[in-house]
Design a protein around this ligand. Sequence first.
Ligand SMILES: *[C@@H]1O[C@H](CO)[C@@H](O)[C@H](O)[C@H]1NC(C)=O
Ligand SMILES: *[C@@H]1O[C@H](CO)[C@@H](O)[C@H](O)[C@H]1NC(C)=O
Ligand SMILES: *[C@@H]1O[C@H](CO)[C@@H](O)[C@H](O)[C@H]1NC(C)=O
Length: 406
Amino acid sequence: MAAGEQPGTGSPPQPSTRLFLLVLAVILTDQVLAASAQGMSIGINYGQIADNLPSPTRVSGLLRSMQISKVKLYDADQNVLSAFLDTGVEFVVGIGNENVSAMVDPAAAQAWVQQHVRPYLPSARITCITVGNEVFKGNDTALKANLLPAMQSVYNAVVALGLQGQVNVTTAHSLDIMGSSYPPSAGAFRPDAVPYIQPLLNFLSMAGSPFLINCYPYFAYKADPGSVPLEYVLFQPNAGVTDPNTKLNYDNMLYAQIDSVYAAMQALGHTDVDVKISETGWPSRGDPDEAGATPEYAGIYIGNLLRRIEMKQGTPLRPSSPIDVYVFALFNENLKPGPASERNYGLFYPDGTPVYDVGLRGYLPPMDESKSARKSKGAASLAAEDSHRRKQGMLREHKIIQISER
Ligand SMILES: *[C@@H]1O[C@H](CO)[C@@H](O)[C@H](O)[C@H]1NC(C)=O
Ligand SMILES: *[C@@H]1O[C@H](CO)[C@@H](O)[C@H](O)[C@H]1NC(C)=O
Ligand SMILES: *[C@@H]1O[C@H](CO)[C@@H](O)[C@H](O)[C@H]1NC(C)=O
């Protein structure tokens, strides 16, 4: 309520009344936020290609203050998983592209699951392993050929540990695996990808695991801002487009993209695999030639997406299966290569300040006590620790940059 709309009274409320009203307002706001967050099951990608992010312990506090209960990682960072033990937060962990081929070896896959997944269960709820990210986007034919055998080895390791049903095994695709996606009912995979995707779908169907796709309506807008209607990509009111074959009406591009993947799978004989969105987002900043990369549009995209998730809406083709989405990303990541937009997909700056307001309030706890404990240590041991940490940090950054494919 704006100040000017307050019911006019002759005298201002007494200080105690004001305090009471303030406390009441805070309690009510908290309850409304908590209620809306609980009804909503949104996931967030926690990318770490940056040198200025808060510690995983603080991030754990931030995510819990936002009531976020699903997090996706690009690796299986033990510092992150350890910071979330017994929080109830669900995790998707990943095997980077540079490690996929090694996982073809059943012993290596078993060792990986033993070391990176088994020890954290059930305290950290790892529910899915992604083997590789956007493998069919690149030109690495050996990697493409190794992907499914690696997924099978990881799945066998999961089964050997009795974790099937508890931990899914899949991979995440970029939308450029699609040869055609319009109209949605005519969706088809790229002909050169089909020989890989067909057996991969057979595997996902057998293993009861979802097909993951990274979808960015922003890319379509950026490529052709003159002809892609902003309302259609931002989930704003618009007439939408009607699929001439199914007569289904689409009022946003994300749903059309999801349904085109369902159509492409059906063309390969599969109606038994779920499609989930492993990444979607909108950058709040970009280079001068990146149309639409503004905090205003990013806020509208994410805010409207959250509303759809809250409504448990499905796509026109699958109206009773609520969309399942991991937003990209938690933080702006300052070390990501590529155009400026790549470093500006975050909901938050590294200091915990929201980049735009979509009603997701979060609280980043202050520095952890390990920092203040350092004060009482000798200078020599501190220097040794710092050098060790820097080395670890550099190693990790190196690894993460290799993992990044997007
Ligand atoms: C993954 O690949 C990196 C870089 O090649 C290597 O250093 C690391 O040991 C591999 N990790 C696993 C679990 O195989
Ligand atoms: C893949 O190879 C083709 C032909 O050699 C080339 O035009 C294309 O740019 C390459 N794509 C990537 C992602 O390297
Ligand atoms: C595994 O994926 C299937 C298919 O999408 C889903 O129904 C199931 O809930 C997932 N299992 C876990 C543990 O998340």
